[in-house]
Design a protein around this ligand. Structure first.
Ligand code: EPZ
Length: 433
C-alpha cells in the first residue's frame, strides 16, 4: 500500500466546488456490465482507485474496458469465466457485486472473501443466505463458490443490506425469473443500478423502496448508456467543511435531495443554507454565528442519516458541543466506526467512545471553535481520513497538521487537495513510499 502525507493549514474556505460521480453507484454498475454481451457506456465516473480495481476485475473476465474523461466503456461480448482473485477482492468490498454478475452471466461464480476493514467485521452471511434462498448451490472454503439457476423467489432480507440488494438485483437481471426483494436497501445508488439494469432490458418496479420486484431476461446484448448520480458523501464532505470553516461555500453538481437528513441537521444547528436543483450553498456557518448542538444523531440505513456521514460530522460536533451541551453520535450500521475519535483527541477533542456511540463534549481549550493542529494524524479509513482533513482545515489559520494515509482517501475522493485548494483550503499531498 502506498503511504501519503497530507499537509493542511488552518484555512477559511469560500468559492465553488463541483462534485463527481458516486463511487458506490459506479462499482455495482461496473460489475453489472458483465451481464451485457454488448457494450455499456457509463458517464460521470470519478477517477478513484476503487474504480480501477473494478476495471481490473472486468479485464480479468476478458472484457475490453476503456476509462477516460470520466467515462468508462465496457465491451463484454467476449467475456470468459474466471475465479475472482483475492488480491483484487481484498482491496475493495464492493467487488462482492461481481459474485452476482458472474452468476448472472455464466451460471457460476467463485470469489475470494472480501477483506474486512477498520469499520469492524464485514461478514457476508446475508449474501450467503440470499444465495441459498434463491435455490443456488453455495460452497464456502477459502472462497465463495456458487452455481445454479435462480428460481422465482420472494426474499425477505433480515437487514436492508446495500451489497446484498445489489447482488440479488444483478443476478436476477440476467434470469427470466421474477424475484421479489422485501426489506431491500433504498439508497440512491440502488436506484442508479436499477436504471442501468432497466437499460439492459430488465423490468424493475419499486427501486428506492423497501420492496423491489425484478424480472430479468436471459439474453442481454445491447448498447446500454447510464450516467452515474452525484456522490452524496463527497457533497456532504465539502458542505460540512463549509459549515466548519467556510464563508459562502457553493457545492455544485450534487443532488440535495440525496442529503436531506444532513441538510435538516445543519439547518437545525442554525446554519444558513440555500439549496437549488443541483447546488447547496453554505451562506453562514460556524465562523459567522453561534450554532446549536444537536443532542443526538444516529446513523441508520437510508433515508436516515447515513453511516458514511457519521465520521464527517464528528469534527463539527466537537467544535460546537460542550460539557453542558454534549452531543451523542450513534451508528447502528457500523457500531465500531469510531477510530476517528482517537485522532481528533490529538487535536484537542473530548470524545468518550462506547460501542455504537460517541459522546462528544467539545474541545479541551474552552472558548474556541478551532482544533489544535497536530503533525501525526493517522487516517484509518476512507471517511475518517476525509474527516481529519476537515478538522485540520478548522485549526487556527496558519497552523499546520499532517494526516498520514495508506491510500484510503484516494479510494473515495478524486483530487481532494486540488478541490479544497480551489476554495481557499491550504491542502497538499505527497507520496512518501
Ligand atoms: C455499502 O457497504 C457501502 N459500500 C458502504 O460505504 C456503506 O457504508 C454501506 O453500504 C452502508 O450504507 C459500497 O457501496 C461499496 P451493507 P455494504 O451490506 O454493502 C452488515 C464507503 O465509505 N452485514 O449495507 O458492505 C455489515 O457488517 C463504504 O464508501 C452483515 O452483517 O453495506 C454492516 O454492519 C463504507 N452481513 C451492515 O450490515 C452481510 O452479509 C450494513 O452493511 C452484509 C452486511
Amino acid at each position: 500500500m502506498a503511504t501519503y502525507r497530507y499537509e493542511i493549514a488552518g484555512s477559511v474556505l469560500s468559492g465553488r466546488v463541483e462534485i463527481g460521480g458516486a463511487k458506490n453507484a459506479v462499482l455495482p454498475i461496473l460489475a453489472a456490465t458483465l451481464l451485457n454481451k454488448g457494450t455499456s457506456y457509463i458517464y460521470n465516473v470519478p477517477d478513484l482507485s476503487d474504480i480501477d480495481v473494478a476495471i481490473e476485475i472486468l479485464k480479468a473476465f476478458n472484457c475490453n474496458v476503456s476509462h477516460e474523461n470520466h467515462s468508462v466503456v465496457v465491451d463484454a461480448s467476449d467475456a470468459m469465466y474466471t475465479n475472482i482473485p483475492q488480491e483484487l477482492t481484498s482491496k475493495c468490498r464492493a467487488t462482492l457485486a461481481f459474485l452476482g454478475a458472474s452468476l448472472g452471466r455464466f451460471g457460476e461464480a467463485d470469489i475470494a472473501f472480501p477483506g474486512g476493514c477498520v469499520l469492524g467485521p464485514r461478514p457476508v452471511n446475508m449474501h450467503i443466505e440470499a444465495l441459498h434462498a434463491l435455490g443456488l448451490e453455495v460452497n464456502e472454503d477459502n472462497t465463495i463458490h456458487v452455481q445454479g439457476k435462480l428460481l422465482d423467489s420472494v426474499l425477505q432480507l433480515s437487514y436492508p443490506s446495500v451489497g446484498v440488494t445489489e447482488n440479488i438485483l444483478i443476478m436476477a437481471a440476467a434470469s427470466h425469473h421474477t424475484i421479489i426483494i422485501k426489506n431491500a436497501a433504498r439508497e440512491p445508488e440502488i436506484v442508479n443500478l436499477c436504471k442501468y439494469l432497466t437499460e439492459t432490458g430488465a423490468n424493475i418496479d419499486g427501486a428506492g423502496t423497501s420492496t423491489i420486484v425484478i424480472k430479468g431476461r436471459d439474453m442481454i446484448e445491447c448498447q446500454a448508456h447510464i450516467t452515474v448520480i452525484p456522490d452524496r458523501i463527497e457533497a456532504a464532505t465539502y458542505i460540512t467543511a463549509g459549515v466548519m470553516t467556510g464563508r459562502d461555500v457553493e457545492v455544485a453538481k450534487c443532488n440535495p435531495r440525496d442529503i436531506r437528513r444532513l441538510l435538516t441537521i445543519l439547518r437545525k444547528m442554525g446554519c444558513e443554507i440555500n439549496v437549488s436543483e443541483d447546488t447547496v450553498h453554505v451562506i453562514k456557518g460556524l465562523l459567522d454565528k453561534q450554532l446549536n448542538t444537536p443532542l443526538y444523531i444516529v446513523a441508520k440505513p437510508y433515508p436516515a442519516f447515513p453511516t458514511d456521514m457519521q465520521p464527517l460530522i464528528m469534527p463539527l460536533l466537537c467544535l460546537i458541543a460542550s460539557e453542558y451541551s454534549p452531543s451523542i453520535l450513534a451508528d447502528t450500521v457500523f457500531p465500531y466506526r469510531y477510530m476517528l475519535a482517537e485522532e481528533l483527541s490529538k487535536m484537542g477533542a473530548k470524545i468518550h467512545k462506547r460501542t455504537g456511540a460517541a459522546v462528544i463534549t467539545g474541545l479541551e481549550r474552552i472558548g474556541t471553535c478551532r482544533f489544535t493542529a497536530s503533525r501525526n494524524l493517522i487516517s484509518h479509513d476512507l471517511r475518517g481520513g476525509a474527516a481529519l482533513i476537515l478538522a485540520s482545515l478548522a485549526t487556527e489559520p496558519g497552523t499546520v497538521s499532517n494526516v498520514y494515509d495508506e491510500g484510503y482517501i484516494k479510494r473515495g475522493y478524486e483530487n481532494i487537495s486540488e478541490k479544497f485548494s480551489q476554495i481557499g483550503g491550504n491542502v497538499s499531498v505527497k507520496l512518501l513510499k
